[in-house]
Each structure stands twice: as C-alpha cells, then as structure tokens.
Design a protein around this ligand. Structure first.
Ligand SMILES: C[S@@+](CC[C@H](N)C(=O)[O-])C[C@H]1O[C@@H](n2cnc3c(N)ncnc32)[C@H](O)[C@@H]1O
Length: 846
C-alpha cells in the first residue's frame, strides 16, 4: 500500500513565457527586459555574440580556406586559425544584476558536428568562448542549437563530437544549465545550413565524400541524436532538451517519447501557429492538448515564442503600449503572468471590441495574448492529477508494514482513497449474500449464546449463527467499518474480529470500538501469524469464515501478503474464503530518463541505489512495448494512443491448498521428510511462495530501456453476482477501479540503459526469491534484434544499422528471422538481492 506522504493541492498551472528573436537588433538591456515584462513576457533571450563577431569568424575561416586552395600553404603545415578572445564589440552581454533572468543563445551558425575537422574546430572555439563568457557573466541558462544531422545527403557523423563539446561546456560553470534546441523531428527545410552565414557550407568536398553513406531520414532521428548527447554527458542533471514545436505534430509515439525526456523549454515559432478567421494566431487542438499535457507537470517547461514580432515599444519607447484594456503597466503585466486578471484580448474577446477601438489599440503581442488565453482556460485537474501532482516521478522506498509500524499520517493517506474501501465493501457484501444463499455453515455463535447478558442484539439473526469475519492487518479500522456496513446492508449476521500488530494503531482501533462501532468488534493486538483465532466462551478458539486483508504492495506481493496470509490460514474454517481471493503482478519495459538520472545521482552515495525497486507515480515515461499501432512514417498522422503491453508475471491465490501448506510445514525445521532444503537457502518452508517468469516484449520504435514498470491486479471476490477487482495496471485500471489512488506503480531500474534499435525484442526474467527469512526480487533483461528478411515487414526497418558492428554475418534468407543479442555490452545481468525484506521478524506473542 502506497504512497506514504500527504499530497499537496496544486494550483492551476503558471505559464512562463519567453520572447526570442533570431536576429535581435537591440541588445537586451535592463530597459529592454522591463519593456518585455511590461508586455507580459517573463523572460527574453539574448545572443552571446554580435553579428560583428560572426563576420570576423567568417572572414577568418574563408581567408584560411582560400590560402589552402590557392596553395599558399598546405593543410598539414598550416595550423587551424585561432579566434581571438572576445572584445566588447563581439558581445552584447556584461555581468549585471538582471543577467540571470536572460536566456543566452549560442550562435546557431556554427557546426560542431561538421565532417570537416576545420569547420568543427572553428565551431568548437566559438562554442567554448560563448559558453564560458555566458557563464562568467552569470547567465544560468544557455540555449544551444542542436547538431546539424544532415550534411548534404550524409547523416551526421560528427554527432559524438558535438556531444563531446557539450560535455566539456557543462564544466564551464557549476550552475550553468545547457538546453539543446532540437526540432521534434527532422524536417528537410530545417537544415541548419540554411542559417544565414552558417559555417556548414564551408565543409570541404573531400570530407563530405568520406562521410557515412546516404540514408533516409527517420522519424526518431532527432530523438536518437538527443539520446547520444545525453548519454555521452552521462545524464547530467544540468543538461536538458529544448524542443521546437512544428506546425504538424508527429505520431503519438514520438510525442510520448519526447514527453518522457522532460524538455525544459518548448519553442513555438510563428510557423507553428495558424491564423483564425479574424486573422489572429491560434494553435491547433492537438497543439493545445500538448501544451495542457506539459503544463500539468510538477516542473512544467518554459514556453518560448520565437520570431513572433519584436518587443512592443522598443522602437519608440515614449509611446505607451496599448492593449484592449488600455496601456500596460508593470503591475498589470505581473498579474497577467500570475494568470489572475484579464490580460490582452483573446481572439474571442477581441471580436467584442468595436472596430474603431480595435484598430486604435491593436494587440502588439497577439501570440503572447493567445498563450495567456490558453493559460487561463486550462482544463481542471482529474482526481488522480490532483492527488498525485506533488508525486510525479518522485522515487520512494516501498513500505514494509510487516517490519515497520506505520505512522498515523500514512494510514490517513490510505484512507483518502475514493475507490478502494467502496470496492472492499462491495466484495464483503457479495460474499455475505452468497454465504447466505449457499447456506454455508457459519462459525459464529448466535448472540443470545454469547457470554455477556449485555451482548449486542443482532436484529438480523436467523437462528443459523453468525458468519465470522476477521479483518487482519486492520490498521486504523476502515475495512472494519466497511465490514459492519456490508453486514447491515445485506442483513447477514456477523461476528467481527480486528487483528493488528501495530501497537499504536491498536489504540485507535479500541477507541473506534468504543466510540463508533458500539463494541461490536473484538479487537486483538497480535501478529496475525500468531493469532490462535476467535476466542470462544469456553476459552477455546473458533474459526474464521471470511478473512479480509489489505497487505498488497505496488507489485502485489512485495509487502509480503503471501507470507502473512499463509501464516494466518490455520484460523480458517473448511469453507472459508479470503478477500482478496488472488492477486497478480504485472510488468512492462519503459524508458524513464528522469528516473534514471535521479537514481544515478543517488548511486553516488548509496551503493544499493540500483538494486532497489522504487514506488513512484510514473509520469514522464514512455512505454517501449505497445500493442496498438503507434508507428507511422507520416509525421502529421494523428494516430491513436498506444496501449502498453503489460504482461502478467505471476499470481498468488488464497487460501492456500491444503497439500501445499502441509508440505511447507513438513519442510519447516529441516526434517529428512522435508527434502534437501530451499534452493537459495533455508529449509524451503516458504519456497511455495517463490516465483519466476520470463516475458517477451516487442519494441517497434528505437528506444532506450531504463527499467521495468510494475503493477498489480487483485480479485477481491468472485461470486454469483459479480467479480470485484482492483487494478493499477494502466491497461485495465479504468475498467476495474478507475480513480483509485492508493498505489503508485513500482520501478525496477537498470543500471546500464539498454539501447534498442527499431523492431527489437526484449526478454525479461524476473524471480521472487526466498530463503525462509527474506524475500527479494531479481531481474534481468536481454535485448535482441531480428536480422535477415523472413517476410516480416518489421524487420525491414534498417536491419543493417541495427546490428552491432562486431556481429558475424548471418545466413541469408533463413526461414525464421534470426535473433541476436543486441550489443553485448548492453546485456545486463542484475545481481541478486534486489529487494531485501525481513520476512519473518520474531512473531508477536501478545
Ligand atoms: C496496508 S496497511 C492496511 C491498513 C488498513 N487495513 C487499510 O486498508 O487502511 C496493512 C496493515 O497490516 C498490518 N500488518 C502487516 N503485517 C501484519 C501481520 N503479520 N500481522 C498483523 N498485522 C499486520 C500493518 O501494521 C498495517 O496496519
């Protein structure tokens, strides 16, 4: 049962909107910054260097090249030209108090990935100078133009060079955050070579010829480039991606991949907007959905309006800036930012303004007005979003309620669940009705047979005795209340026991019994495994007919429900049932770069960081194996949301069958009759609770695997009326227990991410191991690619590039596509002892 902290109510999202001009003509002084703020922007970009500097670099490079081509010198003898240090005419930046509010932009005209070493070298000098100077001035965020992926017809071979340069740039300052600006997908017309004065076209023919062979651009190319960059930079927390949003959004699969990468900034160029009937810029519905999706994040990205017009009022500063509401004052713009007061007119609002006024007070920032309009009209948050807002991608250690005694606040969080307790009540009521309908024997005495004369008089008594219900692990008693309510609504007489080992919760249970339950409940302080069963008037022990428990963790059995319920099974009557009747654990492979980076950080001080499963509200993740069609070569095709392939790992059912329990008892103590002991230690008494699964997943798109997401489903009760189930499995949750908030998923991390080419296969092995005193999980993932064309259309996805360089040649046209383990260095065997839970602490003999 998770989570273990109180959620925080989140206000409506705040949009931080910046203004960017790729050809900014006015240096961003304090006055410009204030003017931008008055217009409603929160931040402004500034180039690090001036056009003057750009011209000098171009002159330097072309002089050098013409010397080489004229044979004045040969390239071996001539050292690479050195760019002189920056002087005041080279940069508009200077240290100031407001500089931290600027986003510095490095020169987009350099080409760090150029196949020509000269161009790459000059670019690198420029880049280093710019980043270092920006860091010196106190800039916190630097936007870096992403690598140019196509050089003519050749795909970038200099990507690793680019990544290396970024890695070094991160050392320029300890607080410097670099944002790599990339298009969502590579559009032909986004070639960086088109940037005015780009260094890319200076690359000499001989280097272009030796570049990699021509290949078709793929939809995931820019994402793959980002993956290389951040991998080379070791998932540095000061490096993030900034995305340029195109006019046509790509497939959902690519959108969801980028979402998982936690972009720090979304840039909207004017070309991403459409014009509405009145000529105002607007975004399409899918774009609006994308913004809403991002803006619900715990840390939403900044929005950058790029080349949508200058900052109003700069040309003639004495002229006030007018909106529909009148001149903008600093205070008005501040409240616009907070989203609390009306700001510039929306297109709809503008339509209300009389024509003459509208002409007189023309909106100077229509793109910004539109974004603020979206901000004011964000859809309300759902139940789960409201509850989970503070928890998104926040790693927690799983609870261990058997070993630890939970705090009251933890129970309080559980009890806020709007679904779980209702479903338990439905399950108990259905079980009671069936019990009566089937006329099953009842283990409880009639009330009149009770020991005390002031016993509670059961109005429902039908002379057949009472059905005995025990809530084991009762906590503060919410399931006890629900059992009483189920008895009342069904009219089936019950005898109710509440068993809890937490001495503090025991106090609360007793108080409830006095104040709320009218002493109808027998409260017992005991470990359920040591409880002898209901006490009869003659001081012997009776039996339980319906055992109610909620001992489930995010991966079903990880809070040791199987071990606890086996241990209390001796109190059950012959016809007894357990609620839950069964539970299953489920897995799916995911890309989770944020979580991976977080665990990397923890691993610096915690050697077990990679061997711990984490409870986490998975949010910025991407499902790597999906069952619905999510692949499309057409970037603008709006395909349906992909359904993750979530597979069942294993199942537990209760009560345990008698022969299994008997064998377990025979093994306990290590007698000869009990065999040779447990496979991984101990006598083997708990070995029936060990499990293993091997699951196969197909991954259509290229990706990187960071770990496994784990979920559970449980059948609380399956009877004549209906089956009552709970689920955290994203595929079935909506149908089985929509809006349930008690459990977050579990995440099993991989220390080394596994790179997956398109059309890869993953084989996941997972064990639940036990040595009678502990339970732990072990997991291992193998990745394969299919090679050769055996009529499988998927295998047509660049099989050649999918091969590790060292792979031996495969026989042609084998009848069955051959599978080969992906890059052997990616093959990961996680050592055992992933999760250690003290399974059998000394029993409580109270
Ligand atoms: C997840 S909480 C559920 C509490 C409550 N039933 C609810 O649904 O809100 C599990 C409870 O079981 C108790 N528990 C765990 N193992 C137990 C054991 N072996 N014997 C008795 N109580 C146990 C814990 O102390 C905790 O109160």
């Amino acid at each position: 049962m998770e989570p273990n902290a109180t959620p925080v109510e989140q206000p409506m999202p705040v949009f931080y909107v910046g203004q960017h001009e790729s050809q900014r003509t006015v240096p961003v002084s304090d006055r410009v910054l204030n003017q931008a703020r008055d217009s409603g922007y929160d931040m402004v970009t500034t180039p690090v260097t001036t056009p003057h500097f750009h011209s000098n670099v171009l002159a330097l490079l072309s002089n050098h090249l013409s010397q080489l081509s004229e044979g004045v010198s040969c390239s071996e003898d001539t050292p690479t030209p050195l760019i002189p240090p920056l002087n005041p005419t080279d940069t508009p930046l200077a240290p100031s108090e407001t500089i931290s509010q600027l986003l510095a932009v490095t020169s987009p005209w350099i080409d760090l990935a150029s196949p020509d070493p000269l161009v790459a070298n000059v670019s690198r000098q420029v880049f280093n100078m710019e980043v270092q100077y920006a860091a010196f001035c106190g800039v916190g965020n630097v936007i870096v133009q992403g690598p140019q992926l196509m050089h003519g017809t050749a795909h970038a071979s200099g990507l690793t060079q680019y990544a290396r340069a970024v890695l070094e740039a991160l050392n320029a300052g300890p607080y410097l955050h670099l944002q790599i600006l990339l298009p969502v997908y590579d559009e032909a017309d986004q070639d960086n070579g088109d940037v005015m004065g780009s260094l890319a076209p200076f690359a000499r023919a001989q280097y272009l010829q030796t570049a990699e062979p021509e290949r078709k651009a793929e939809l995931f190319d820019t994402w793959e480039a980002w993956d290389v960059i951040r991998s080379v930079c070791k998932y540095n927390s000061r490096l993030s991606v900034a995305l340029t949003v195109p006019r046509y959004l790509p497939t959902r699969s690519l959108q969801s991949r980028w979402f998982s990468e936690a972009p720090r900034l979304l840039s909207f160029p004017a070309s991403a907007f459409l014009k509405n009937a009145r000529g105002y810029p607007v975004l399409t519905k899918p774009h609006q959905g994308l913004i809403s999706h991002y803006m619900r994040l715990r840390t939403p990205p900044w929005l950058l309006l790029s080349d949508v017009g200058p900052i109003p009022g700069l040309a003639a500063p004495s002229i006030p800036v007018y909106t529909a509401e009148g001149p903008i004052s600093p205070s008005a713009s501040a409240s616009a930012t907070a989203g609390s007061l009306p700001t510039e007119p929306t297109p709809a609002e503008a339509a209300q303004i009389p024509q003459s006024d509208s002409r007189k007070h023309k909106d100077p920032t229509p793109y910004l007005s539109y974004i603020r309009h979206l901000q004011r009209n964000q859809p309300p948050r759902s139940t789960i979003e409201r509850f989970g807002a503070g928890y998104q991608d926040y790693l927690q250690s799983p609870l261990q309620p058997l070993t630890d005694n939970l705090e009251s606040i933890t129970y309080e969080v559980f009890e806020k669940d709007p679904i779980k307790y209702d479903w338990y009540e439905r399950a108990i009521a259905a079980a009671l009705r069936d019990w009566r309908a089937l006329d099953k024997p009842r283990s409880g005495l009639e009330v009149s047979q009770g020991a005390d004369s002031d016993d509670y008089i059961d109005e429902n008594s039908d002379g057949k005795g009472r059905v005995v219900i025990a809530v084991v692990g009762a906590g503060r008693g919410p399931l006890v209340t629900r059992a009483l309510r189920a008895a009342e609504t069904t009219g089936v007489p019950i005898e109710l026991w509440a068993v809890e080992k937490n001495p503090n919760a025991y106090v609360v249970l007793q108080r409830h019994n006095e104040e709320d339950w009218d002493f109808q409940v027998s409260v017992v302080k005991s470990d359920m495994r040591s409880w002898a069963g209901p006490t009869l008037p003659n001081n012997t022990n009776g039996k339980v007919d319906i055992l109610v428990s909620e001992l489930l963790g995010s991966f079903a059995d990880n809070e040791l429900s199987p071990e606890c319920l086996d241990g209390v099974q001796h109190v059950l009557s012959a016809d007894a049932i357990s609620i839950p009747a069964s539970y299953t654990a489920h897995l799916t492979p995911i890309a989770a770069p944020r979580l991976h980076a977080d665990i990397r950080g923890r691993a610096a001080t915690d050697p077990l960081a990679w061997e711990t499963p984490y409870v986490v509200m998975l949010h910025q993740i991407d499902y790597l194996s999906t069952t619905a069609s999510s692949s499309s070569s057409s970037p603008d095709k709006d395909d349906s949301a992909a359904v993750p392939d979530v597979q069942t790992a294993w199942r537990f059912a209760h009560p345990l069958r008698a022969p299994v329990l008997q064998q377990s008892q025979t093994r306990r103590g290590g007698s000869a009759a009990g065999g040779g002991g447990g496979a991984v230690g101990g006598d083997g008494a708990n070995e029936h609770n060990a499990r293993f699964c091997r699951l196969r997943f197909c991954c259509r798109e290229p990706g990187v695997l960071h770990g496994l997401a784990g979920y559970f489903e449980t059948v609380l009760y399956e009877g004549s009326e209906a089956t009552v189930e709970l689920s955290t499995n994203p595929v079935t949750m909506a149908a089985k227990s929509r809006d349930m908030i008690s459990w977050f998923p579990i995440f099993f991390p991989l220390k080394t991410p596994i790179h997956l080419p398109a059309a890869s296969e993953l084989e996941v092995s997972m064990w639940r191991q036990t040595d009678d005193r502990k339970v732990w999980y072990e997991w291992m993932v193998e990745a394969f690619v299919t090679i050769g064309d055996a009529g499988n259309s998927n295998s047509a996805t660049s099989p050649a590039t999918a091969q590790p360089a060292s792979a031996p040649p495969e026989k042609e046209n084998s009848a069955k596509p051959a599978k080969r383990r992906n890059d052997p260095t990616d093959y990961l065997t996680v050592p055992p002892t992933q999760l250690t839970i003290r399974t059998f602490p000394p029993r409580n003999h109270d």
